[in-house]
Design a protein around this ligand. Structure first.
Ligand SMILES: Cc1cc2nc3c(=O)[nH]c(=O)nc-3n(C[C@H](O)[C@H](O)[C@H](O)COP(=O)(O)O)c2cc1C
Length: 329
């Protein structure tokens, strides 16, 4: 049995709607006889911000899950086989299967899901939190609510300050920021001013501050940038943490990227959205604090996001492959 490569290629722009940290879209597909190789491009990874590769594996897993959902919706029978090979920069294969991938989600949900960094009018109710937790538990993980998350504003600022104090992290972030529509990759990848919810003046200010970073770093710019980033927890919602089992390797982390995608689609299907706050796990002090609050080893924390019902629509993020030629966005 071979993959219907032509049919799958036509679906790829929609598969690229998968989410990735900094919207780097690190995945690469390579069509071979009988199977499609799922690999990654090192230039689209985040060695400074994501030295452990945690977000890379999660993003690749989210992409795999998205491919399976999109293929199933189109009637293509595909399965994913993990086959991790760091030297070949490969996580696995999409292969023909005798059965349609069993998923409650569809292509329209993949197309409509968005990260939402704005205000939430409400958090998820207990039933939805339980549904998200069930999705995680089926894979050996759990989704936990952070109690009294409103008090975490100070910790978020501390985590932001930690990140902004590292010139390599800032340089990397800057290379993926698209703060003016004139940026050559504005419609291709990275984080746009619109997606970050910045006004024109705020985007201009951030550009200037980042350009001056090498000079101003020692005189308090990291603190200033962290303060300017504001307190996302004041924008409402509930903070949910995806927790994995102990001793996860990279293959398991890709598996949890698939789980992460399923949890986001579960939220989206209920009219809710996620706003990831990865800095809370990236900075060692806040990772430790979060771990001890939840009573789990810090290395089991995979992802943290503010989750809720958006007060308004979120802008659509860019992709290198554009699916709007195939269907209404
Ligand atoms: C593993 C992972 C980590 C992420 N971390 C953050 C984060 O810390 N802050 C944030 O604002 N967005 C974060 N995002 C969201 C991405 O920036 C977003 O998915 C990407 O820009 C594409 O936008 P979309 O989700 O609206 O399609 C993360 C996404 C993934 C998959």
């Amino acid at each position: 049995m071979d993959v219907d490569v032509a049919a799958f290629r036509a679906l790829e722009p929609l598969c690229w709607r998968a989410p990735s940290a900094h919207n780097t879209q690190p995945w690469r597909l390579d069509h071979r006889a009988g199977a499609i190789r799922v690999g990654w491009e090192p230039a689209d990874t985040l060695p400074a911000a994501d030295p452990s590769g945690r977000d890379l594996w999660l993003s690749l897993g989210a992409f795999v899950e998205t491919c399976l959902v999109v293929a199933a919706d189109a009637g293509l029978r595909l399965e994913y086989v993990a086959d991790h090979d760091a030297e070949d920069r490969r996580v696995g294969w999409l292969r023909p299967s005798r059965h349609r991938y069993d998923t409650p989600f569809d292509a329209a949900q993949v197309r409509g899901r968005r990260t939402h960094r704005g205000r939430f009018s409400a958090g998820p109710d207990a039933e939805l939190v339980a549904a998200v937790d069930t999705v995680a538990r089926r894979a050996g993980g759990t989704a936990r609510v952070v109690p009294e998350a409103g008090r975490w504003g100070r910790l978020i600022r501390a985590a932001d300050r930690h990140l902004y104090a590292d010139p390599a992290v800032v340089a990397e972030l800057r290379s993926w920021l698209r703060l003016t529509p004139g940026h050559p990759d504005y419609h291709a990848d990275g984080l746009t001013d619109r997606c970050l919810g910045l006004s024109r003046a705020e985007a201009t200010g951030l550009r200037a501050a980042l350009a001056a970073y090498p000079v101003l770093r020692r005189v308090g710019l990291p603190r200033l940038l962290a303060t300017a980033a504001g307190d996302p927890l004041a924008l409402g919602g509930t903070v949910l943490v995806l927790v994995g089992p102990s001793g996860m390797d990279d293959v398991a982390r890709v598996g949890f990227g698939r789980v992460l995608m399923r949890t986001w689609l579960t939220l989206h299907a209920a009219g809710l959205a996620a706003h990831p706050l990865s800095q809370l796990i990236d900075a060692p002090a806040t990772r430790a604090a979060l771990g001890s609050l939840l009573g789990v080893a810090p290395d089991r924390l995979l992802h943290v996001a503010r989750v809720g019902r958006p007060s308004g629509p979120a802008p659509r993020s860019a992709r290198r492959l554009d699916d709007t030629r195939h269907a209404p966005g």
